[in-house]
Design a protein around this ligand. Sequence first.
Ligand code: CMC
Length: 428
Amino acid sequence: MGKKAELHYEGKVFEIPVVTGSENENALDISKLRGESGLITLDRGFKNTGSTQSAITFLNGEEGILRYRGYSIEELAEKSSFLEVSFLLIYGELPTQQELDKFTKDISEHSLVHEDVKSILDGYPSKAHPMGVLSSLVSALTAFYPKSLDPNRSKEQINGTIIRFIAKLPTLAAWSFKNRMRQPIMYPKNKLNYTSNFLHMMFGLPTQDTEINPVVAKALDKLLILHADHEQNCSASTVRIVGSSHASLYASVSAGIAALWGPLHGGANQAVIEMLEEIKADGGDVDKYVAKAKDKSDPFRLMGFGHRVYKNFDPRATIIKKAADDVLRELGIEDPVLDIAMKLEKVALEDEYFKVRGLYPNVDFYSGIIYRALGIPTDMFTVMFAIGRLPGWISQWKEMRENNEPIGRPRQVYTGATERAYVGMENR
Ligand code: CMC
């Protein structure tokens, strides 16, 4: 007999089954509650609501644990590569050497995008934010691959869409940057590995040979691993809910990119550097900004602090902080913004306001510092996050489809006017 909870309401008792996950997490299954009792649950922002059962990523916010398919983020970041982790997330197991070689080859052979994408790019103003461009170009992929619109195609066909997607996203991302710079686009080079190829398309120029710094390529690969999935966050939930209407993978992820763009989610990495720059320009008075963040009448928040799930520490931030130190040292870069970041971290961590609320630096607090050191422009930071998150979005979408999940459609508690008679114009 499975565990059950009881709900006592208006003299009646309703039994609610308890669902237990593989890490012994318990949830009340309220899917039949409304039919039996007339009640729904209300949970703004889904702070305490599980939207699905998933076998992809395990996260324990109290203990700072993050695992992809059972493997710890610490081990994966140290020993694995981004494409290996992508394979793991999407297909559920670490690849054999042969599987990884094939996956890598397939991806490198699909990195070119249709020439007509260039004319779409030409239509954007140079000031267009690369996240907006990326989201719309991903949606535009449906125009070039119309068969991908059908999410019920064979496993092999869906896999073709997945490979094409991982292959082309860095090309679209780099081209959105080239468009911003009004520089000629660079075509992908199949012989380069995934991150080196991206760096070549970002920073290469047709007038010269591009030299890819292996330290930069390796650091970038690690960053992509750390961003690869994060269970049911805002953008992953968006991808799943859009996909639940049987929208295509490209359309669903295009919506996910838009969700990621916001400063409370992935856009925080851009916002952190802008905040640190602002503090620096304002004389470096960290206390002043901590006070502003605590002042409830001031909308300012310390960007890169706090997390919906992590309340002790964000394990990704710990790895990134170390990686930032290594990259800055290896590249011989001294970044004054890093000093401000360290001061801010120290002051906030010792402050009662932040302690009581469990607010710690998150992944975005340090990622921007590495991206800067790697020469990535600030408004491309969230695009980097999107490239890293793609295998996560794909696996969430794939799992949702394979489990034949119903269309996502929350309920609400209506608080508007009750029925009233139409008022003619003359009486308003
Ligand atoms: N600075 C100051 N106060 C904060 C902050 C912050 N960064 N974050 C949360 N708080 C306060 C908030 O005002 C509230 O206080 P009170 O209880 O007095 O009303 C309390 O902490 C709880 O905050 P919340 O907004 O109810 O928590 P949430 O779970 O809804 O929001 C968050 C989580 C990440 C959106 C939020 O912490 C935040 O806005 N952080 C800054 C943006 C940021 O760095 N986002 C990146 C998240 S990590 C990357 C990713 O995976 O998306």
